[in-house]
Design a protein around this ligand. Sequence first.
Ligand SMILES: [Zn+2]
Length: 504
Amino acid sequence: MTSVNYQSLVEKLSEVSYLNGVMSTLGWDQEVVMPIGASEARAQQISALAGVIHERMTDPRLGDCLAELEAEDSAYFDTLQICNIREARRKYDLETKIPKKLVKEMAGLSSQGHTVWVAARRDNKFSDFAPLLKRFIELKKEWAQCAFPGMDHYDANIDNFERGTTMADITPVFERIKAELIPLIQSIQDTRYQPDNSFLQGTFPVDKQEALARKISKDIGFQFDCGRMDVSVHPFCGGSHPTDVRITTRYQENDFIESLYAVIHETGHGLYEQGRMLEGRDLPVSESLTMGIHESQSLFWERMIAQSELFCRHYFDTIKATFPDNLQDATADVFYRAINTCKADFIRVEADELTYPLHIILRYEIEKGLFDDSIAVDDLPEVWNDLMMKYLGIKPPTDTLGVLQDSHWSSGAFGYFPSYTLGAIYACQFYQTMTNELSDVEKNIEKGSFAPIKAWLNEKIHRQGSLFTPHDLVCRVTGESLNPEYFIEYLKKKYSAIYPLGLE
Ligand SMILES: [Zn+2]
């Protein structure tokens, strides 16, 4: 028997979940189908709904209900119920502990921030962005003080995206990656060899690209009766519920790889959402865990599976039949090498899997320095360029291609960047464990039989919802905490077979 208080909590939390579903649908609509003329009206609708959700989440009656539940004997609750109470408390505290004045100033600065950042990036003028960035760091320190009193300010910001993970966990992992990847990338550059990718240039009709992407997404397990695929400016995964998961991509006639791999990436996010536990789907316990774990799922499919030699072998004939004029002289092996080209470049979002972590580590180190005052905002362009030189051996010619490239800081999202690389490391560690536990993983990839792989992820990760922290989840699934060695080994092995490094 569940207590009256618990019933009341479930009602309150479910309502918030329904409202969040509506909010998410509005957001998807805005990115995918809304006419541009409706921007202002939509902003008002979203702001009104955000107000209602905030009211519900900070309702003193919710606080009372939680306090009463916490006073009850926990022996009466099962694991899922305990998790719902704990998660509701975390959210309630985060929402109510921040003074209204601070919430308002952060919201205002965030919307202003986007406009200022867009203009500064366009004009290549960091000094126009600097004052706003300074203010945001001050506000985020204040926010940390209120949200996680006693915790280091940058750790608190990381916790917001990757709970339970701190600089003490991340720094040694990133140091290991730096120690191995910087020389590896350097030796790749020294070979002066680049795989032939001329056959990936040309014209690739959008309707054919879409049909191919849809087929592969479906093959790896995306359920189109509980999901959709559409077009937006930036690919994302949204939707209102595990039964309504919406992924997007964008198409360019002259490049089908970008769009295809964006679909596979978003499918990975989508499988996580569709795979959530059946029980309590409108309650916090079923929700996906953190940014890093979400990214581990998208990167698992994009890199560990779809950028593998076996996957390329399985799909090459299909891809060739889709674009026969372009790929007539190519082979599966040539295709595999071409999509795994490593090249140091300025822009993070265009980086390959080998150089990407260094883009992230650079940002992590800068954020750390901004929060412990060892780096001044005004020095950022110089610090950025020096680190790019040190890590990737290139210097951005402009700040537009350097320190001004990402939108994250303009909305105050500090502590977000590490999740991308934590996700890549988790993905590799999960893959390693999966191949130990399941027989025939490689054979199945080569056959295009992905159901056992998806089922493993469903059971081990998706259905675990928010029961554990990322650290505990990784320990439960793989038997050890976050370990970068698998990631390093994977990259070394893979790239020394693609490039003539003379390592093996
Ligand atoms: Zn992603």
